[in-house]
Design a protein around this ligand. Structure first.
Ligand SMILES: Nc1nc2c(ncn2[C@@H]2O[C@H](COP(=O)(O)OP(=O)(O)OP(=O)(O)O)[C@@H](O)[C@H]2O)c(=O)[nH]1
Ligand SMILES: [Mg+2]
Length: 321
């Protein structure tokens, strides 16, 4: 029996290029369906080839429009592209407060593109964990470039940093509101800044201000974020945006960071999974294990402080192993 034949059926179908198998496995990841686990495990060995590019920024700055523009160019270069739009599913007009959001469309009949949106809510292991698995499925399916759109809402974007090798932060002219976003952490995650809507007044000034702001940062020997201006209305700057992304990807290879960052990410992923299980065990234990329940009572009665209780719990568990 060849290794391919030992794969679970959904994984085998995905590797054969069956889009429906891919779509079903992605849904299973979203639903936390344990039935997908054997396929996910088996497919892991087939991953590690795709570049994952995160595109984030405040609502309505043109992230999806930019992804459409990038998608067109990437397809012209013959790349196979997966797109994941992580959506806040806000109660406003189906996700956008503006109501004029652009959809990312797969060109009809183009098998080299797969577009999927997923809700950012309701992922127990964190949205990064679910996104990571979806990216792996796309990677195993043979997509060499994966673009992930997230709305600049702080936590999710920082989490996406755990998945993407290059993060693009999209802004628009007149940095007023965006300065707040920068403070909220977008500044730290950007490898590339993109000032979109450059057909509107103020884009050059905004890019210049950003450049100066970046210049104020520590003159580290590593990567200084690139700043590009784009307009999806007339297509200006989209090539420069892709060049900046590629320059960062090349930098990762040149500096040996791709391998070391991947290693670090995988280490954190494993630790995170174990930590989650241990935490779940302990939480269950507080309800069911009389010893744990007793310890909690001691803390409630102010006879022991929480730190000492945690120390005792940690030591007891370590001893039992
Ligand atoms: N003037 C101008 N408008 C743009 C440009 N790019 C996008 N838009 C418009 O901005 C609006 C929002 O575009 P989207 O691409 O949906 O923006 P988004 O950041 O993906 O939006 P959300 O996903 O809702 O956060 C749409 O009306 C676009 O037509 C641009 O370069 N110039
Ligand atoms: Mg969008």
């Amino acid at each position: 029996m060849s290794p391919a034949e030992r794969l679970p059926a959904p994984a085998r179908e995905l590797l054969k290029g069956d889009r429906r198998a891919l779509a079903r496995l992605i849904s299973a990841v979203e639903d936390h369906d344990p039935a997908a686990l054997p396929s996910l495990r088996a497919l892991y060995r087939r991953t590690g080839h795709a570049r994952v590019i995160g595109v984030t920024g405040p609502l309505g700055v043109g992230k999806s429009s930019l992804l459409n523009a990038l998608l067109k160019r990437l397809r012209e270069q013959g790349r196979r592209v997966g797109i994941v739009a992580v959506d806040p599913s806000s109660p406003f007009s189906g996700g956008s407060v503006l109501g004029d959001r652009i959809r990312i469309e797969r060109p009809p009949g183009d098998d080299g593109v797969f577009v999927r949106s997923m809700a950012s809510r309701g992922h127990t292991g964190g949205v990064a964990a679910a996104t990571r698995e979806v990216c792996r499925l796309l990677d195993a399916y043979g997509m060499d470039t994966i673009l992930v759109e997230t709305v600049g809402s702080g936590q999710v974007d920082v989490e996406i940093r755990e998945v993407a090798t290059t993060s693009v932060v999209v802004l628009v002219p007149h940095l007023g509101d965006e300065v707040q976003s920068l403070k909220a952490g977008l500044f730290e995650i950007a490898d590339v800044f993109c000032v979109n809507k450059s057909d509107l007044p103020g884009a050059e000034t905004a890019a210049k201000d950003l450049g100066e702001l970046l210049g104020l940062g520590p003159a580290s020997s590593g990567w200084r974020p690139a700043v590009v201006t784009t307009s999806t209305k007339d297509g200006t700057g989209v090539d420069s945006l892709w060049s900046a992304i590629e320059a960062h990807e090349a930098y990762l290879d040149r500096a040996g960071l791709r391998a070391s960052q991947e290693r670090e990410r995988l280490g954190q992923e494993i630790v995170g999974m174990v930590a989650e299980r241990v935490a779940r065990d302990l939480r269950d234990g507080i309800d069911r294990d009389p010893e744990l329940a007793q310890l909690l009572e001691e803390v409630v009665a102010r006879r022991i402080d929480p730190q000492s209780a945690a120390d005792r719990l940690y030591r007891d568990r370590a001893r039992r192993r």
